[in-house]
Ligand binder design. Structure first.
Ligand SMILES: Nc1ncnc2c1ncn2[C@@H]1O[C@H](COP(=O)(O)OP(=O)(O)OP(=O)(O)O)[C@@H](O)[C@H]1O
Ligand SMILES: [Mg+2]
Length: 243
């Protein structure tokens, strides 16, 4: 994907969630890291067309994410999302969580949707769980089902906002493995995570976001190996201490 962000701002009242964020990306997998409250989720929402910048410009793969509601809606439909938690409709089975958007949002026939759901559930090791409600599945299974649903329509970009931060270590590993498989299969991904080892392994490009700005961005080996910004050095020293 190609992404150009130019002095993006997003204000919530007096809070500048993004404060002049500029970034150039030419990568398959972009990973956003940085301290809590730095602006990762806000930037991801803008990238997905779920929210609008207060000022500045953002263009991804030739689409300018501006104020035209029809264009934004079309952009949202082209992409897939998974957040930290509460991704599934709680009153629908895993299978129906996948087929419903395919039918209602993407205009697939019920038979087609059923077939896609079957393949996705199988791919993500959820064959035995298709008829379960989210509350009847483990957190890891729910996130895998959420990934299955996000992937089902064949998204141009998969946007993942801390998809494992609500999971225990074993389930985290399960979900990270799936994301790595998707990346290896060529899926374009923008991911925010606090899992630094994973960030380093899966990223083609890493961007460090703090106080609504990009502190540095580049190849994972460079950002993790020789961070240039003093802030990044301190941040990484802190979060990598026990890894
Ligand atoms: N809807 C909102 N209303 C008010 N303030 C918000 C809103 N969303 C985000 N903010 C503020 O914007 C700043 C950036 O938040 P954001 O959620 O983007 O950070 P983050 O990097 O995703 O943090 P975390 O790692 O904790 O998820 C924070 O100061 C946050 O409190
Ligand atoms: Mg966040």
């Amino acid at each position: 994907m190609k992404l150009h962000a130019d002095t993006l701002t997003r204000a919530y009242g007096a809070v500048q969630a993004l404060d002049g964020l500029s970034l150039q990306v030419d990568a398959r997998v972009l990973v956003l890291i940085g301290p809590s409250g730095g602006g990762k989720s806000t930037f991801l929402r803008l990238c997905g067309g779920l929210d609008l910048a207060t000022s500045g410009s953002l263009e991804i793969n030739g689409t300018a994410l501006g104020e035209d509601p029809a264009e934004l809606l079309a952009w949202r439909r082209r992409n897939g999302f998974l957040f930290q938690q509460f991704n599934l409709f709680p009153h629908l089975t895993a299978r129906r969580n996948i087929t419903l958007p395919l039918e209602k949002v993407h205009g697939r026939s019920p038979e087609e949707a059923e077939e896609v759901a079957r393949r996705c559930l199988e791919r993500f090791g959820l064959q035995a769980h298709g008829d379960k409600l989210p509350a009847q599945m483990s957190g890891g299974q729910q996130q895998r089902a959420g990934l299955a649903r996000a992937i089902a329509p064949g998204p141009e970009i998969l946007l993942l906002d801390e998809p494992t931060s609500a999971l225990d270590p074993e389930m985290t590993a399960e979900v990270l493995e799936l994301i790595q498989e998707l990346a290896a299969a060529g899926q374009h991904i923008i991911l925010s995570t606090h899992e630094m080892g994973f960030a380093r392994a899966v990223a083609d490009q890493v961007a460090v976001i703090a106080e609504g700005k990009i502190l540095e961005s580049g190849l994972p080996a460079a950002v993790f190996g020789q961070p240039r910004a003093a802030f990044t050095q301190r941040f990484l020293a802190k979060v990598m201490r026990f890894t």
